[in-house]
Design a protein around this ligand. Structure first.
Ligand SMILES: C[S@@+](CC[C@H](N)C(=O)[O-])C[C@H]1O[C@@H](n2cnc3c(N)ncnc32)[C@H](O)[C@@H]1O
Length: 253
């Protein structure tokens, strides 16, 4: 699996092999292009189901008042907003994302929703977090980790910034096992989804990348092992919607 292979100078960008140094720029290009239509596309592509998955993530996190969440690859703020709602506004979120355009859409949404406090919007890379050791109560990453060039490095960074007793949760696309669902899902994602991306976001290639990157991501057991290697304890996962997505949980013990 290329995502966990640190020995080579190349990595995957969707189904293409690219120099490792090029991947972050290519990923940035994808999200620069789709930022303006990202939220609409999420609803269209998933029939709104991404909202249920994100709510399931916050339910499993069980946030408490006063906590500081770091939401990495936080994009347009979906996880941050749910976290703040769950703690009744009594908490703090650092939304960190490598892409200015996504953060800017998130900031506009926050203003539109009257969310003026509790969120720091930070431009940064999951692989070298601009936060001190043992500084956050929880770390979340939703549909972000598969875009990162060096996933083991990002997981070590997550572990570093969590306080002992802190919680890691990752929501990501996973592997569909059931044959009938898999057939439908493959047809939908490879044939229909890039076409929808072409019409709505005017960018078929970016949605082709998003679909391909899902197929390159490790399966749920493999990703759980990567969390253990990074140091996390009590690693567990839950499959969502027949394995289309998975939620992984781990603790810095
Ligand atoms: C599919 S979006 C997910 C956004 C949001 N978490 C959600 O679930 O709606 C992926 C996000 O990952 C960000 N990203 C990609 N590589 C990153 C990296 N190395 N560090 C931080 N963010 C990154 C992208 O800019 C993009 O905003």
């Amino acid at each position: 699996m290329a995502a966990s292979d640190n020995s080579s100078d190349s990595t995957h960008f969707g189904f293409r092999e690219v120099p490792k140094d090029d991947k972050a720029g290519l990923v940035r290009g994808v999200f620069d292009s789709v930022a303006g239509s990202y939220d609409l596309m999420n609803d269209l592509m998933s029939g709104g189901v991404h909202r249920l998955w994100k709510s399931a993530m916050i339910d499993w996190l069980m946030p408490r008042k006063g906590q500081h969440l770091l939401d990495v690859a936080g994009g347009t703020g979906d996880i941050a907003f749910r976290f703040l709602d769950a703690v009744g506004g009594d908490g703090r979120v650092t939304v960190l994302d490598i892409n200015h355009a996504m953060l800017s859409v998130g900031q506009d949404r926050a203003i539109d929703q009257g969310r003026l406090n509790g969120i720091d919007w930070t431009n940064g890379d999951a692989q070298s977090l601009p936060l001190p050791d043992k500084s956050v109560d929880a770390y979340t990453i939703a549909f972000g980790i598969r875009n990162v060039t060096d996933i083991p490095k990002a997981l070590r960074e997550a572990y570093r910034v969590l306080k002992p007793g802190g919680r890691f949760l990752c929501l990501e696309f996973s592997k569909v096992e059931a044959p009938v669902l898999k057939e439908f899902y493959d047809f939908y994602s490879f044939k229909l989804l890039p076409e929808i991306g072409g019409i709505v976001a005017k960018d078929k290639a970016s949605y082709q990348y998003l679909v391909e990157s899902i197929r390159q991501f490790p399966d749920a057991d493999e990703f759980a092992d990567m969390l253990r290697v990074a140091g996390f304890g009590q690693v567990k996962y839950r499959r969502l919607s027949g394995g289309i997505a998975a939620l992984h949980s781990g603790w810095r013990l």
